[in-house]
Design a protein around this ligand. Structure first.
Ligand code: GLU
Length: 186
């Protein structure tokens, strides 16, 4: 069962995300990843342990105060670096991590492919990232509205943490059939 951590605030996000992922390791997983938004989007993903991810990512520039992290339990696509989360939408507007299964992902993928979308991974999650982006660009709506509209088309259970590059002061979370806890504090 996968785990999700998100952070937005005044502190450096990376250590909070990695520590959060370590605390979720007991749930079992096959790969892990984090993304930090700081003007540009940085994504670090690795098959294997959170410590493998940390060895890799801590040598890079992880500066930033908003980010999301994930431990994956693969359901769609083998455990590897590409299929690991976070996933970025094709035009780079959305970064997304997901717990659960998008049951109607192949139909949604077909429709997005017809509209010119290309996919890097085998996951159901990347389909959702691209669906949100498609609605965001086509409908010229806010990120939150795009997420709400996209989720109205999804069949399945999910926990989600989403960042939109154009709205860097926001961390969007959503759930259906999966638990989600939001902490607000100093
Ligand atoms: N279905 C997604 C995948 O295979 C998410 C799996 C999970 O809950 O970790 O990437």
């Amino acid at each position: 069962m996968c785990g999700i951590v998100g952070y937005i605030g005044d502190k450096q996000a990376y250590p909070i995300l990695i520590n959060g992922l370590k605390r979720l390791e007991y749930r079992g997983y096959d790969s892990a990843g984090v993304s930090i938004l700081n003007k540009t989007v940085k994504v670090f993903k690795k098959k294997g342990k959170v410590s493998d991810l940390d060895d890799f990512a801590s040598k890079k520039d992880t500066n930033g105060t908003i980010g999301i992290g994930h431990t994956r339990w693969a359901t769609h696509g083998e455990p590897n670096d590409v299929n690991a989360h976070p996933h970025i939408s094709m035009n780079g507007h959305f970064i997304l991590i997901h717990n659960g299964i998008i049951e109607n992902y192949s139909r949604l993928k077909e429709k997005l492919t017809d509209r010119g979308y290309k996919f890097k991974s085998e996951t159901d999650t990347e389909v959702l990232a691209n669906l949100i982006e498609y609605i965001y660009l086509k409908g010229k709506v806010t990120a939150e509205i795009a997420v709400r509209l996209a989720l109205s088309k999804v069949v399945g259970a999910y926990g989600l943490a989403i960042i939109c590059k154009g709205e860097p002061d926001k961390l969007i979370a959503a759930r259906k059939g999966s638990p989600l806890v939001i902490g607000v504090g100093e």
